[in-house]
Write a protein that binds this ligand. Structure first.
Ligand code: AMP
Ligand code: FE
Ligand code: FE
Ligand code: ZN
Length: 280
């Protein structure tokens, strides 16, 4: 079984539609794919409708934005109740704050680059979260930069003068909220150092106390040293261990199936989750 449990569509900052994602999953030889758009589940139904046709199983998930002391934490939630009021409210507040934040970043950028809010909106999802990747798309379309990666390196990084923070729930509260909604919380790419200051391990310990189920260890943003360190750290704490591509379509070089998760781990996630896998 080849399983890639963390990917994005154009319902957040990926570029495939959910149906395209499912077809690309089949082409990549995946047996099961996890759809984990940022801060929402609006892509689930379209992806689920493709399961019988494309023959790839679907693990329904979401990547929740959280913040602790200015450090962003990405928390995967698997198989939670998509109608849970507290989770929906937390995601709505994040999406609202992201919109204000993106407008503030565009105001700053517009002093030095040919960028407008209208152009950013052309690349953003209708209802989903607006992120820096959509600002990057507008900058690339204007010819200012080659691709999203260059935008992040030069103007979108947290250390840049154009960067503005957004509100999101604390990762410990979010872990509790996900469990209360019947979901299975797994921390995404905890050692992705290039993005920002590293999250202290003590915070992940707190999240374990709050119900964290697993740690995403195998991810291209982890160095071999960090991967080995995190593998041992997570094993010592009886965490489920996952690996994924974090595929974003054309928005990133990440390819479907470049990291995977064993079926036994997915079965344990299913056992703990409120919903089931959708299999062909
Ligand atoms: P934001 O959600 O606004 O904080 O932006 C973070 C998102 O940007 C992440 O979810 C990634 O998908 C994306 N991202 C981060 N670094 C890069 C990069 N170097 N190239 C392309 N996308 C990136
Ligand atoms: Fe993303
Ligand atoms: Fe992430
Ligand atoms: Zn992701």
């Amino acid at each position: 079984m080849k399983i890639d449990p963390h990917t994005h569509t154009n319902h957040s900052d990926g570029t495939d539609s959910p149906a395209e994602l499912m077809r690309n999953a089949r082409s990549a030889g995946l047996d099961i794919i996890g759809l984990t758009d940022h801060d929402g589940t609006s892509g689930w139904d379209e992806a689920a409708a493709e399961v019988p046709e494309c023959g790839v199983g679907l693990l329904r998930g979401m990547e929740m934005s959280c913040v602790r002391e200015g450090i962003t934490v990405h928390l995967l939630s698997y198989l939670h109740d998509p109608d849970d009021a507290d989770l929906i409210e937390a995601c709505r507040k994040t999406i609202d704050s992201r919109e204000n934040r993106a407008q503030a970043m565009v105001t700053r950028l517009s002093k030095d680059f040919p960028i407008t809010w209208e152009n950013v909106l052309r690349f953003a999802p209708d209802e989903g979260p607006i992120g820096r990747p959509h600002i990057a798309d507008a900058l690339v379309a204007s010819g200012a930069f080659e691709n999203r990666g260059a935008c992040f390196e030069y103007v979108l990084h947290p250390s840049s003068k154009y960067y503005v923070r957004h509100w999101s729930p604390d990762p410990v509260e979010a872990t509790e909220m996900i469990r209360a909604a019947g979901g299975v919380p797994v921390i995404a790419h905890p050692r992705a150092r290039k993005r920002q200051k590293l999250l202290p391990l003590e915070v992940i310990e707190e999240m374990i106390e709050a119900g964290l189920a697993g740690v995403e260890v195998f991810h291209r943003d982890h160095s071999p040293e960090d991967r080995d360190f995190m593998l041992k750290w997570a094993k010592d704490r009886d965490m489920l261990i996952t690996g994924s591509s974090d595929y974003h379509g054309d928005g990133k070089p990440n390819r479907l199936g470049e990291n995977t998760t064993p079926f036994e781990v997915i079965q344990e996630i299913e056992a703990q989750g409120k919903l089931d896998l959708i299999m062909p």
